[in-house]
Design a protein around this ligand. Structure first.
Ligand code: SF4
Length: 398
């Protein structure tokens, strides 16, 4: 008996089923079970793994992407009826069905293995201890986490976070971040780093902190005594301008080094802050004098409300090139771009750059191989001078 409904010339049809669906459910269509809603409910696809297995070779997924999707699926429910999944056309790069049912592999909330612990890459975990920073940077990509007030993980949440990392031996690299973890009480920080060292088999234990820049006196003996037992630690700090590299900041970096903390710099290229060749050269030289390697310079993420701070990607590359021959390679940072949609971090002019047309840069995601377009256009910023009252105007006057 042919139970396939008649096709309408005006509307698309589920039939004929795409190959993956025919393989999985051709028998149910032939028997007529396909048209029974009870059969459909009973045969829902309820895991990312099952869904990807069904699509099979029709929808090849890189192992890293599959791992990320499965992790995301473990943290949020997945459920699709066969008749809806059969609408997927795996060869359509803009298939409108899959994004509606597959979890976003890069939404941090969905990759949380414990509160504050994000396991986006198989070998790495981001441990977000607090959302507090003593100085809030306008260009911060975590700005949305300031909403609702400042908090830190409780002792029970810390314990659960360490246990979750310890339970995953594949995690070999933990980055303590926030907010700024070094704004927390030293005993709290010490407890976390010691627990991670004692209970997890890590190659790398890192801290992301702007405290050496914005609160250098916090790097005191009390804090160093808490950090030293967990050495070696790596700390990425965030100097953006030579004027920030003060004697006090340099002394904080030296104190950290004396406790076994290796410090590097990851700045952000910002319009009106460090976007001239002279600014960058002065920053690089100041970092060397303070004993810091210029590791990364980040292209400003497209965080809402900071477009005015963005330097065009092409100009960013020219600025980095302007350092060549003027300063040691240790002080020439790599310009990096965080690909939209969680595509991963890439060097702006590195091997993942596929095409460049004016302000349009196309990269291959290092995670998925997918082509991702980046708007490399320049923001517009009148400069800090425009915030000043005109000469002669009374302070606070109009
Ligand atoms: S210090 Fe870092 S985490 Fe804190 S506001 Fe600035 S950029 Fe964001």
């Amino acid at each position: 008996m042919d139970v396939t409904p008649p096709r309408s010339p005006l509307l698309p049809s589920t039939f004929p089923l795409p190959p993956f669906a025919q393989r999985a459910w051709g028998g149910a269509v032939a028997s007529g079970e396909w048209h029974d809603w009870r059969w459909q409910l009973a045969h829902r696809v309820t895991s990312v793994g099952a869904l990807l297995d069904l699509l099979g070779a029709d929808f090849p997924v890189a192992p890293a992407m599959r791992a990320a999707l499965e992790q995301a699926g473990a943290a949020s429910e997945v459920s699709v009826t066969p008749c809806y999944l059969a609408l997927v056309r795996p060869d359509d790069p803009r298939d409108p069905i899959l994004p509606q049912v597959l979890p976003d592999p890069f939404r941090e909330e969905e990759l949380e293995i414990a509160k504050g612990v994000v396991n986006r890459y198989p070998d790495r975990a981001l441990f977000l201890l607090t959302n507090f920073c003593s100085t809030l940077c306008r260009h911060c990509m975590r700005r949305r986490e300031w909403d609702g007030g400042f908090t830190r993980l409780t002792d029970a949440e810390l314990e659960a976070g360490v246990a979750a990392i310890a339970a995953r031996p594949a995690i070999r690299d933990v980055l303590l971040s926030g907010g700024d973890p070094l704004n927390l009480p030293p005993s709290y920080v010490g407890k976390v780093v010691r627990a991670l060292r004692e209970r997890c088999d890590l190659d790398l234990l890192r801290l992301g902190s702007r405290v050496p820049v914005t609160l250098p006196m916090r790097i005191d003996d009390e804090l160093l005594a808490e950090l030293a037992p967990a050495a070696p630690l790596w700390l990425n700090t965030h100097f953006n301008h030579a004027r920030e590299v003060t004697a006090e900041a340099a002394a904080a970096v030296r104190r950290l080094a004396s406790a076994g903390v290796v410090v590097s710099n990851q700045g952000v290229l910002l319009r009106g802050v460090n976007d001239t060749a002279d600014d960058l050269l002065a920053l690089s030289r100041a970092l060397l004098r303070a004993g810091l390697r210029a590791y990364y310079l980040h292209h400003c993420d497209p965080v809402a409300g900071v477009r005015h701070l963005r330097v065009g990607l092409a100009r960013g590359l020219e600025l980095i090139a302007s350092l060549q021959g003027k300063v040691s390679g240790l002080a020439i940072p790599r310009l990096t771009v965080d690909l939209p949609g969680g595509g991963g971090k890439v060097q702006a002019d590195g091997p993942y750059l596929r095409e460049r047309h004016g302000d349009r840069f196309v990269y291959a995601s290092p995670l998925t191989g997918q082509r991702i377009e980046v708007d490399g256009s320049e923001g517009s910023f009148a400069g800090a001078g425009s915030w000043r009252a005109p000469a002669g105007a009374a302070a606070g006057g109009r």
